[in-house]
Each structure stands twice: as C-alpha cells, then as structure tokens.
Design a protein around this ligand. Structure first.
Ligand SMILES: CC(=O)SCCNC(=O)CCNC(=O)[C@H](O)C(C)(C)COP(=O)(O)OP(=O)(O)OC[C@H]1O[C@@H](n2cnc3c(N)ncnc32)[C@H](O)[C@@H]1OP(=O)(O)O
Ligand SMILES: O=CC(=O)O
Ligand SMILES: [Mg+2]
Length: 562
C-alpha cells in the first residue's frame, strides 16, 4: 500500500477523541486510522495512570543534577546492593530474537523502513528518538508506516527514479524506540496537558500492531522495544508497569513484550542490575548507547571543571571509562541471561572517495571486532552498506552460535570500580574541536528544524545524540574559559572567541551547502538557537526539548508557540 496523505483543509474534520483528549495536530484521514477513538483512549489510560510516576521520576532527575552540580558524583547505590549481589536471572530470551548479531537503525521514514527491513540485518530498530525530528507529520507518518510494515503491505514508489520498494520474503525483526521520558507530545492534550511523548509512541504502535506482530514476527512474543535515555531503575519500573498494563489490555501473556534498555546516561551505568531487575520479565538486554553516554558524561559533570573532555573526535571506545562501561555491561547482561548489545560507529560509506571509504570501513571493522571479542552479542549499523562488515566481524567470531550469553561471562569485569567508570578521558582540546562542534551542531539543528533527525555530515552519521555532545562541550568550554591546549598557543575559549567561530563557520557552511540551500534552509535560526544554548548561564537539559516549540504546529489555529 502506498502512503497517501490528504491536503490540509481547515475545519473539515476533527479526530474522534474520547473525553478529555484533544488532538491539536493536522487532521488527515490517513492519520485518523491511527488516531482512532479506542487507540487514543488507550494512550489516555496510560497517561492518566503513569503521569504522576513520570513527574516524580523527572523531579528525581533534577534532584540528582543538583547533587552533581554541588560536587557530587554518581555511584553504586548501597541500598540496592542486594539486587547487584543476588542470583536472579531475567526471563529467557524469545527464540525469535536469540540472534541479533547485526541490527540496523533508522528513522520511521517509509523508504528507510523498507530498506532496513530488507537489509539482511537480523533486527531493525525503527526510531522515534535520536534519529527523528518529532514533528506531527513525522510522528504520524511513522505510525502509519510501521502499521503497514507490520501487516506486510508497505510499499513506496520513488517517482524520480521510477523505483518501487516492497518487502522481501525474509525481513529483519522490528524493534521500536519511543522517545525518552522527558519529551512531551504537544499535539495531543490529555486533560488539558501535553501527553508524554513516549506513551503516545508506544501506545499507538502497540495498540495497532500487537496482534499481527506476535503472529508474523515474534512467534508468540512481542512487540519488541528499545528504551532510551533512562537515568535510574525507577524509570525502568514505570516502563515495566506500562508493559503490564498493555498486556492486560491486549489479553496477552505477561512477559510477552520485550525491551532492550540503552545504557546511555552516566548515572544509569551504576544501575544496570537494578534496571534489568525491574524489567526482568520483559527484558532482552542492554545496549551501549555510546553517543548519548558521552553527552551524559559532560552533562553530569557540567559543574566539574576538573573533568573536562578532550575534543569530541578523541572520545572513543578506547578511553578507559568507555571500555569499562562496555565491559561491565557485558558482564551484567550475561550474568542475568540476556543480550549485551554493542553500539553505533559513526562512520558511513563514502561514495565519492574510495581511499577515504576504505579508511572509514576499516574503523568500523575495528570497532566491531573490539565489540565481539569483548563479548557483545550484536551491534548496530547506521547504514545498509556497513552490514557486511558487521556481519563478518560477528560471524567470524561467533560462528553459528546465536549469541555469546553463555560463552562470554566476563567474570573478570566484576572488578570494575566506580573510579574506572568515571575516569577522566585523556586528550587535548583544540580550536578545530570548537569549530567542528559548532559547524556540526548548527547544521544538525537546521536539519532537525526542517524535519530530518539524522543526517550525513562530513562523512559521519549525525543525530540528536551526537549533536548534543557538540552543544554541551561548547557550553562547558565557554563556561570555564578552557585553554585549547592542543594548539600550543595558549588560547582560552571565551564568548567572544566563540562568537567569531560561529560567524566564520556560518560562512563556511554557506560555501559548502551553496547560497540557495543556505537561504532556503534554517541555518540562521539554527545558529541563533545553538549560540544561545552554548552561551546560556544554565545548561539546558536537552537540545531537542529546548527548541521543540519551533516544530509544534497546532491546527486549525495555525502554528503555535508553546
Ligand atoms: C546515536 C544513535 O542513536 S544511533 C541511532 C540513530 N541514528 C540512526 O539511526 C541513523 C541512521 N542512518 C541514517 O539516517 C542514514 O544512513 C544517514 C542519514 C546517516 C545517511 O543517509 P543517506 O545520505 O540517505 O545515505 P545514502 O545516500 O548513502 O543512502 C543509500 C541508500 O541506503 C538507504 N539507507 C541509508 N541509511 C539507511 C538506514 N539506516 N536504514 C535503511 N536504509 C538506509 C537510503 O535510503 C538509500 O536507499 P536507496 O538507494 O534505495 O535510495
Ligand atoms: O542511542 C544511541 C546512542 O549512542 O546515543
Ligand atoms: Mg541515544
């Protein structure tokens, strides 16, 4: 089935919403098949049951931040030692997803979904999060696309190339990543307040797809999810309760829904056992969300000038704190009987430069070999062109075994300490580092404001997580007047220096993208927003939350600013 959305005509129709639910997003008869009265009713039930818990969890995050900003550091919680020391294991891995050696990720865009499902990867993680700009159009089309993907009818006609896309007989298993707990959905009001974004993503997807998914993809299990950006096991506990509520509504067995949690915040690395414990009936492992993890390191230590990061390009998995995190994650998952998934190498294929392409692919190969040798059960690929390399590394090492859960216990990693996990990364800071952060941050934001949540920039994949690193690192360097010690000139970062860098990088961006695209795009707006965030007195928690109001479009009242 081709996706057709109708042209907007104000006041012709409204969504059939239950009591207390108001849909402010554009009406579309295709979207209306997703936003049915019953589906909205389910989302409203979730919102009403869990909003208090979510509010409390977000307040706890703020409280923790106040602690870190007053000199505290995250660590293992003595009150949950019994969980870390206990002998429990998670429910067994569903056979349908025992082998996850290569997982491709991408936004919930129609052609990408078909390409990803056909890519030869074992799993496709369809992303409402880092890789998606959460405009109403993107979110609702994403829901329509996923419904068509699950029922097998999805097609796409690329008219410019006269190419029709449809699903192969064999496809990857689908995991869906809803947004993080912190993001609202301003187009759906429940009892007068914006809904919680992830409950909308989860609720609508689950409501429309659970039955078909279990029949065709999950062999009786599912649907499957990835859960992002959690900071504490109390947030995992909410997800567990949401899953139980959904299973009850669907009248399916408890433990049917399965999720992999991304460990991508610094506080969460000290909570890995606790997170698995809360989700033990619904878990299929943890994943190293390395980009958000780096972002979180800077954010957590925003008021610790003794813990500054070097240039972004120097913060790789070879740094002691990153390696310790990956090793402890493998140890924790395998002790509890679930997958320890690796992360994303940022390199993507470079079509017009074979030599540069070979270097990029070699970096990916090394990263994947490191992961499989360490004991990871699978990894992420950002692009179909990387799947053969990921496969080669994992199959070369694991052979036919579906995973390494039993064979790579990594008991040695039990010795990893708080100091290992917090060790300050080594490396220098340079003006080029500041420039690159600025150039990438502005271009990413310009793309996000115009609807693209993941983009290729300078031959790397950039998404919300990588852009966050650029933003918070600039903020911290400006805030502490950091010396750019890699340049040998003794230059210190200041607002004035940053202002000049922004001007020069904007000129460079204009040269690179061309005058026309520069004029049509939102580069100037993005530059203003990025500059404001990098120079703010207080660090905003999330880039995408701070600028969210710019992509909110309320109908029929036109474009709204929250
Ligand atoms: C930190 C994290 O959270 S990582 C997870 C979130 N991030 C992501 O998921 C990023 C996913 N990757 C992407 O979005 C893309 O690969 C980008 C934006 C980086 C590059 O995209 P493009 O510039 O379109 O790549 P390119 O032109 O080389 O694409 C070639 C083909 O591969 C397809 N393709 C590229 N990436 C993907 C993908 N991730 N999934 C499916 N298909 C893909 C394109 O659709 C295109 O298909 P076509 O030949 O049928 O037209
Ligand atoms: O979501 C993944 C990450 O690296 O961030
Ligand atoms: Mg992430």
């Amino acid at each position: 089935m081709e996706l057709e959305t109708s042209v907007y005509r104000p006041n012709i129709a409204v969504y059939d919403s239950p009591e207390g639910v108001e849909v402010r997003g554009r009406y579309d008869q295709v979207f209306a098949k997703i936003l049915t009265r019953d589906a909205l009713g389910f989302v409203a039930e979730l919102q009403r049951e869990f909003r208090g818990h979510v509010r409390y969890a977000m307040e706890c995050r703020r409280e923790a931040r106040r602690r870190y900003n007053s000199g505290g550091v995250p660590g293992f919680d003595p009150s949950t030692k019994f969980i870390r020391d206990g002998d429990w294991i998670c429910a067994s891995v569903p056979p349908a997803v025992a082998d996850r050696r290569v997982e491709i990720t991408g936004p919930v865009e129609r052609k990408m979904i078909i390409n990803a499902l056909n890519s030869g990867a074992k799993v496709f993680m369809a992303d409402f999060e880092d890789a998606l700009s959460p405009s109403w159009e993107n979110l609702m089309r994403g829901q329509v696309n996923l419904r068509d993907a699950v029922d097998g009818s999805i097609t796409f006609h690329d008219k410019s190339r006269n190419r029709v896309y449809k699903l192969n007989d064999q496809t990857a298993k689908l995991f869906v990543r809803p947004r993080g707990w912190h993001l609202p959905e301003a187009h759906i009001l429940i009892d007068g307040e914006p809904a919680t974004g992830c409950l909308v993503d989860f609720g609508l997807y689950f409501f429309h797809n659970f039955a078909k998914f279990r029949e065709t993809q999950g062999s009786g299990y599912g649907p499957f999810f990835y859960l992002p950006k959690m900071e504490h096991s109390r947030e995992a506990k909410i997800w567990n309760s949401v899953f139980e509520r959904a299973e009850k509504m669907a009248r399916i067995e408890r433990g049917s829904i399965r999720a992999t949690v991304l460990i991508e915040t610094l506080p969460a690395v000290f909570q890995m056992n606790e997170i698995l414990y809360e989700l033990r009936d619904h878990s299929v492992g943890l994943n190293c969300g390395r980009w958000d993890y780096i972002f979180s390191y800077v954010k957590t230590f925003q008021s610790h000038p003794d813990r500054l990061l070097p240039d972004r390009v120097l913060v790789g998995m070879g740094q002691h704190f990153m390696r310790s995190y990956s090793d402890l994650l493998i140890r924790t998952c395998h002790k509890r009987g679930v997958h320890a998934m690796g992360g994303m190498a940022a390199q993507i294929p470079i079509r017009d430069d074979p030599k540069a392409n070979e270097i990029a692919l070699d970096l990916v190969r090394k990263d994947k070999l490191r992961e499989v040798r360490a004991g990871h059960d699978g990894t992420w690929a950002a692009h179909p062109g990387l799947i053969p390399i990921c496969n080669e590394a994992f199959t070369g090492h694991m052979g036919k075994a579906p995973n390494q859960i039993k064979s790579m216990k990594r008991e040695d990693a039990s010795a990893i300490t708080e100091e290992d996990l917090l060790q300050i990364p080594r490396g220098v800071r340079t003006l080029e580092g500041l420039r690159l952060n600025t150039r990438v941050g502005i271009q990413y934001l310009a793309a996000w404001l115009t609807g693209s949540g993941s983009v290729p920039l300078y031959n790397l994949m950039e998404d919300a997580a990588t852009a966050e690193i650029s933003r918070v690192q600039n903020w911290q360097w400006i805030r502490y007047g950091v010396e750019l010690d890699g340049d040998g000139l003794g230059v210190r970062v200041s607002k004035e220096l940053f202002g000049r860098v922004v001007e020069e990088e904007m000129e460079r961006i204009e040269r690179e993208v061309g005058k026309d695209k520069f004029k049509r795009g939102m580069y100037k707006e993005a530059s203003k927003m990025f500059t404001k965030q990098c120079t703010a007195a207080e660090l905003d928690d999330f880039l995408t939350l701070a600028v969210y109001n710019h992509i909110v479009a309320h109908y029929p009242i036109n474009v709204s600013r929250l």
